[in-house]
Ligand binder design. Sequence first.
Ligand code: DX5
Ligand code: ZN
Length: 216
Amino acid sequence: MIISSSIINANFLNLERDLNEIKMANVDWLHVDVMDGGFVPNITLGPFILPYLKKQTGLPLDVHLMINNPEKHIKSFADAGANRISIHIENNPNVLRTIQEIRELGVSPGIVLNPGTSPASIDFILPFIDLVLIMTVNPGFSGQTFIPEMINKIRFVKKLITKSNCNALIQVDGGINRETVKQVTDAGADVIVAATAIFGHPNGISAGVNELRQSI
Ligand code: DX5
Ligand code: ZN
């Protein structure tokens, strides 16, 4: 299991300390939740933060764009050091073109499905992407409750990937904790995103990461 730690819940007054701890805790990727106040109700971070995250941790940067018109911004994120960029399929008529542009920028592309979006629509995109991110909460905020109905979507996407003979990873994002992590990995998830379960763990960041690893 690959753990992508969302920095949305880091302590920004002590970001250097939290990044050092996250590195020591052996997470695999850093997940950067980018929200524009339009596609989702919340506003978070832009490309400016990426070089600092990279410098302090050396970890791969897994950028999740929850923004309208992502094609306008992928170059800024690529130039800032993104290793992966995932864009939502909703509200995006030229999604394949944007995916190809991400690849041309030397970045690994992913597609994201909101909880209400049918996974059947990704059938013809699968050969072009490296990752399918299945949202297990409605995007916009950390600390929400996992939507159990998404387990069947993970199983469905796993079958689609096997059938189409491609290598896309399945990532899940939202409400992942010591209970839900086993359910999603059993259903076929390869990568889990977690914010609250790591940064909000009462015994600290390393304890949060260890608990997720031990729960599967
Ligand atoms: C939600 C974000 C998630 C979220 C994860 O829109 O994409 O990455 O912050 O937070 P937790 O792990 O607290 O659900
Ligand atoms: Zn995310």
